[in-house]
Design a binder for this molecule. Structure first.
Ligand code: F3S
Length: 81
């Protein structure tokens, strides 16, 4: 299972992620991306049918702000997962 979270500290609101994966990402009031799966906690596993979109978004983020891991992030993008 894969888990995903956005590091808002490094997101520059470029807008690429939701273009690649509209079911996975949206933007908050500051324009920063977050995971739609669980409000950016990184604790809900990514559905299989969205893994391809996730890979596209991951590859397209210019600041490497999208984290993907094998364990839940519990809200912390810095957690080694
Ligand atoms: Fe931010 Fe990267 Fe998306 S910079 S808006 S997380 S593509």
């Amino acid at each position: 299972e894969k888990y995903m979270i956005v590091d808002k500290e490094t997101c520059i609101s470029c807008g690429a992620c939701a273009a690649s994966a509209p079911d996975l990402f949206d933007y908050d009031d500051d324009g920063l991306a977050f995971s739609l799966l669980d409000g950016n906690k990184g604790d809900v596993s990514v559905p299989d049918e969205l893994l391809e979109d996730l890979a596209d978004a991951y590859d397209g983020c210019p600041t490497e702000s999208i984290r993907i891991g094998d364990q839940p992030f519990h809200g912390s993008p810095d957690k080694v997962a």
